[in-house]
Design a protein around this ligand. Structure first.
Ligand code: CAA
Length: 688
């Protein structure tokens, strides 16, 4: 066990190191011991200046988020107070320098801002990302940041949670120097250089420069990028206090607002989301020491939208990628799309042309299997047909090296049946990417019954390497995400038959927080694709089961969605959707022909039916072991299906509503609650 804090004297400079792996969070004990180390340095007459750094090449990633979660679960939301520590740093008679490698985030940056000087390596990450957790920075960050970089920039950084690198921090005036040489040596030299400076510079005594436009602009930004979220607005109230009150009174106001934010359901949900996203990599039953296979070279079959997107995701992570298709035309089209996507990023200034050139050079289009024998992983992203996939897996089985992972990007098909086409089902796994694959963060990793532990560990490692959220799921129709999506989509269609319109359903869903309405999603994915999946699964329909009536009609009219300019909506040349009276009239006629009496439908009913049907399916999935944890389902939904993270994901949302209520409403709607839901509701428990 390492010491949390160590102090070493380097001549006239005391070097204090925080060692609380992995990210030096301000867990209980850290602030207190840091304060004691500061006191010791103060008391030592030989010490003329103090440098604080973090061990393991990172400074402090903020308050300990696990502590927040524990306190919320115990019904006592709150975090540790570090105000004494901040005062001890800023009031130090000897200059205090914080030297930053890695992350200085949240409470970490707040500690740094209390110091008299800040220096950082070029790659350091600085920010106040508390809005991502639904909370207001609570350690004087809203009061010091505007004093250092101005109100407008402070407001933008706090609302967006944007993390900046040292060069930008330097331009803004957040840090005083960039370290380009040896980290500790340069930090000590910097401290020696400022050791005699008096008075020491304190952020708290600087004025906040008036900027009447700053907060209204930030409120607009919050509306746009933090729709329905309370914490960013509360943080702006704290910034307003910084602009109008003394530092001490501003801090008091910030404390109240921060404490208030921590009691909100949004904070609980977002903290859950943060931890759920990280829990996915801990696979129950997979030995921790399972060694993944190497992942340097990849090959992809299919240069369509998915194949091209996956190729980009792999090349972005520095992997060498071969991409095969059956015709030169298909390859050219696929590569042209890849090129266009990269060019858009260059045009938007996301990275320079040289980065695009490097990434393009990693992608090798080809018509045959040449070089596939060197691939560490082959990802099949061909047409969604079992016959096609089995044929391809039989082919790659012949060319792939023995320890090559054979992955399929199927979104619905049976992995075991695909694996049966090979002589090595233990090497086969599903990697279900979401479109566009170079952007979307989710990958469902589908274990077949034979997939080996090493193959599972490799697929999980691939997701990590691509900086995606890889969630291990079982092999069932639609896996987790799509399996829950099907009843959701079906219910939305029943609602329009009964009296709502696609636009009303979509608006209710986006008001609830979904990134897109379900009909808009269907238009984007393609009604033809949806129809094909329905046809493939027609055998699963139980006799007498109610089926939606509209999809087939629109499909037969050639209304495939955005790609044909019309689907549930009409689209203009900029893909802007407008409701189509023709569709609405057809819905009314269809309902009439089917004897369905239309009635006004409330937004509340839309949300309950759409979301509860999804939750009920999620409960079946949990019970069947297709997902290992409720939080995995949540991670799938907020990282891949546009479910609002500030509601925690569908299963967290169900817990928040109360499982008894969800179960009762499901019965009111005439559906059967999943046995797990009913049991947990009866026992007064939650999904876990
Ligand atoms: N508290 C506790 N654990 C944390 C943590 C924190 N603040 N930040 C990261 N971790 C843990 C993660 O849970 C993860 O744990 P496991 O290895 O057990 O899964 C580990 O550190 C590594 O994290 P990542 O997997 O995310 O690694 P990364 O390299 O991709 O990212 C990071 C590192 C940039 C620090 C990222 O973890 C991050 O953004 N952390 C959160 C930062 C944040 O929000 N800070 C504000 C906290 S609130 C606050 O400080 C309030 C205040 O005003 C005092």
């Amino acid at each position: 066990m390492t010491e949390l804090i160590t102090l070493f004297n380097h001549g006239p400079v005391a070097l204090i190191t925080i060692d609380n792996p992995p990210v030096n969070a301000l867990s209980p004990g850290v602030p207190e011991r840091l304060e004691s180390a500061l006191e010791a340095a103060q008391a030592d007459p030989a010490t003329k200046a103090i440098v604080i750094i973090g061990g393991s090449h990172t400074f402090i990633a903020g308050a300990d988020i696990n502590e927040f979660a524990k306190n919320i679960a115990a019904g006592k939301p709150g975090g540790p107070s570090i105000h004494n520590l901040l005062a001890a740093i800023e009031d130090s008679a000897k200059p205090v320098v914080v030297a930053i490698e890695g992350a200085a985030l949240g409470g970490g940056l707040e500690v740094a801002m209390a110091a008299h000087y800040r220096v950082a390596v070029t790659s350091a990450n600085l920010g106040l990302p508390e809005a991502n957790l639904g909370i207001v920075p609570g350690a004087e960050g809203t009061q010091r940041l505007p004093r250092l970089i101005g109100l407008a920039k402070a407001a933008e950084l706090i609302v967006s949670g944007r993390i900046i690198k040292a060069p930008e921090a330097m331009t803004l005036g957040l840090i005083d120097g960039i370290i380009v040489g040896e980290f500790i040596a340069d930090a000590l030299t910097f401290a020696e250089g400022v050791a005699q400076t008096r008075p020491v510079p304190k952020a708290s005594v600087r004025p906040v420069e008036p900027d009447p436009a700053a907060l209204p602009a930030a409120r607009e930004l919050a509306k746009k990028i933090r729709r329905n979220q309370t914490a960013p607005l509360l943080a702006l109230d704290a910034l307003e206090a910084a602009a109008t009150l003394s530092f001490e009174e501003g801090c008091k106001k910030e404390r109240e607002l921060s404490a208030k934010s921590l009691t909100t359901p949004q904070a609980a949900a977002l903290i859950h989301a943060f931890l759920a996203e990280r829990a996915v990599s801990k696979v129950p039953g997979l030995p921790k020491d399972t060694q993944p296979y190497p992942l340097n070279k990849a090959a992809i079959i299919g240069a369509g939208i998915m194949g091209g997107g996956i190729a980009m995701a792999l090349a972005n992570a520095g992997m060498d990628v071969r991409i095969k298709d059956t015709s030169q035309e298909a390859l050219d089209r696929g590569l042209a799309t890849v090129c266009k996507n990269y060019q858009n990023s260059v045009n938007k200034g996301r990275f320079p042309q040289s980065v695009m050139d490097e990434r393009m050079a990693l992608i090798h289009p080809q018509l045959d299997y040449a070089g596939f024998e060197e691939a560490d992983i082959i990802i099949e992203a061909a047409f969604e047909s079992m016959a096609v996939k089995k044929q391809l897996f039989a082919e790659i089985d012949k060319v792939a090296k023995p320890d090559c992972v054979l992955a399929t990007n199927t979104s619905t098909l049976d992995i075991d049946e695909i694996a049966s086409a090979t002589s090595r089902p233990e090497m086969v796994i599903g990697t279900h990417f979401f479109s566009p694959a170079h952007v979307m963060r989710l990958v469902e990793i589908v274990r077949g019954k034979a997939s080996s532990d090493r193959v599972i560990a490799t697929a999980m490692a691939l997701a990590k390497k691509l900086r995606k959220v890889g969630v291990l799921v079982g092999n069932a129709m639609g896996f987790v995400g799509n399996r829950m999506m099907f009843p959701y989509m079906r219910e939305a269609q029943f609602l329009i038959e009964e009296g709502a319109t696609p636009a009303q359903v979509d608006r209710a869903l986006t008001d609830f927080g979904m990134a897109m309405g379900i009909f808009a999603v269907d238009d984007m994915g393609g009604l033809d694709l949806n129809w094909r999946v329905q046809q493939q699964n027609a055998h699963l329909i139980k006799p007498g089961e109610r089926r939606p009536l509209m999809l087939q009609k629109l499909y037969e009219m050639g209304r495939y969605g955005q790609k044909t300019g019309r689907g549930w909506y009409l689209y203009d040349e900029n893909r802007k959707a407008t409701p189509d009276p023709e569709v609405e009239a057809l819905i009314e006629q269809t309902a009439k022909d089917a004897g369905i009496k239309r009635r006004p439908i409330t937004d509340e009913e839309i949300i309950e039916r759409c979301i509860y049907v999804m939750i009920n399916e999620g409960a079946h999935i949990l019970e069947e072991g297709i997902a290992s944890r409720a939080s995995d389902i949540d991670a799938i939904y907020f990282s891949g299906y546009g479910f609002p993270a500030y509601r925690g994901g569908p299963m967290w949302y169900a817990n928040a509503v109360g499982l008894q209520k969800v179960s009762d409403r499901i019965e009111d709607f005439g559906w059967q609650p999943a046995p797990l839901l009913k049991r947990l509701a009866g026992e007064g428990k939650n999904f876990e």
